[in-house]
Design a protein around this ligand. Structure first.
Ligand code: GDD
Length: 315
């Protein structure tokens, strides 16, 4: 069983690779020449890396022709919401063109590969209180260029399945975190600030943005197991929420992180961390995915946050 992971050097990609190796899969991953290798340096003897620029159709075609994988986990993306406001077209181009190129190459070579695509709960955007927990049938009211790029990826998955019979499973993942989470994302950003304060590398002031937003967090290690199950047991063309079913305000998440540290910290709002429009609440109903695959999250949020703090303490 050969598995291709796009974006293998990223946060989710590195955990996906670890999981796939434990399943006994042959693992090939795409990197770009500017990819950082620190998340996968411990895996280099067990995985194979291929340089591939997903925005370039020829680069993708030649990769797919050479590798002909059985499974594709398409994780490469510009995944930070604020970046999508600074340069909307880069996010749209990266996320949408990259996936179209992948689908076109699979179609062109008549590959029977099963493809998981990483869609996002950001697609739901503006959600009314009575619409939670959010089901896959909820209207999409995206609030950022990033969310738009994910809506496009999601519906391209549907369209390529319907038009050409590609085996695409659309996973709509709610927030996820854990060790190696990029430091710009909220859980990791706060954890790193706390550790920097613990180590005396920064004054005891923690900078924050909107603490009122509510998010549904799952551990990344549960998420990658979900991606595997999505291809094992999910129906092609279908979309599935992957979520814990519990949400916290960002303030509550911060309280939890602070409770795992001994330092006294002042919390200060940094206006540059506020967004032009922020999704107020994401709380997912993943009953459809659980029924189809038997998946359920196993790692409690407290442990995820402790492991994340530990990750930063060990850096
Ligand atoms: N990043 C960040 N930094 N976010 C902050 C901060 C801060 O200092 N303070 C408050 N927040 C709030 C944001 O305004 C947002 O409401 C929430 O914390 C989460 O922010 P992020 O961690 O940046 O994640 P996200 O919810 O925007 O997007 C993540 O989840 C999506 C799935 O819903 C990303 O992982 C996306 O790639 C993913 O698709």
């Amino acid at each position: 069983m050969k598995a291709l992971v796009t974006g293998i050097s990223g946060f989710v990609g590195s955990h996906m690779a670890e999981f796939l190796l434990r399943q006994g899969a042959e693992v090939v991953g795409t990197i770009r020449n500017r990819s950082r290798m620190d998340h996968i340096s411990h895996l280099l003897k067990d995985i194979r890396l291929e340089e591939c620029e997903l925005r370039d159709p020829f680069s993708v075609e030649s990769l797919i022709d050479r590798e002909r994988p059985d499974l594709i986990f398409h994780l490469a993306a510009q995944s930070f919401v604020p970046t999508s406001w600074n340069s909307p077209i880069d996010t749209i181009h990266n996320n949408v063109a990259g996936q179209v190129n992948l689908f076109e190459a699979v179609r062109r070579f008549g590959l029977k590969a099963k493809i998981q695509i990483a869609c996002s709960s950001e697609e739901y955007g503006q959600v009314e209180p009575e619409e939670t927990p959010i089901k896959e049938t909820n209207p999409l009211r995206p609030l950022s260029p990033y969310a738009i790029s994910k809506v496009a990826q999601d519906y391209l998955g549907y369209q390529y399945h319907r038009s050409y019979g590609l085996h695409v499973v659309r996973t709509i993942t709610f927030n996820h975190t854990g060790p190696r989470r990029g430091e710009q994302f909220v859980t990791s950003n706060f954890a790193k600030q706390i550790v920097d304060i613990e180590k005396g590398r920064k004054p005891p002031v923690l900078h924050v943005g909107n603490l009122q937003a509510k998010r549904d967090f799952t551990d990344v290690r549960d998420v990658v197991r979900g991606y595997w199950l999505a291809l094992e047991k999910g129906q092609p063309g279908e979309n599935y929420n992957i979520a814990s079913g519990t949400c916290y305000t960002i303030a509550e998440m911060l309280e939890m992180l602070l409770s795992f540290s001994d330092v006294r910290i002042e919390v200060k709002t940094d206006p540059s961390r506020l967004r032009p429009s922020d999704v107020e609440i994401l709380l997912g109903d993943s009953a459809k995915f659980r029924a189809a695959t038997g998946w359920q999250p196993e790692i409690p949020f407290e442990r995820t946050l402790k492991d994340l703090l530990q990750y930063w303490r060990s850096q």
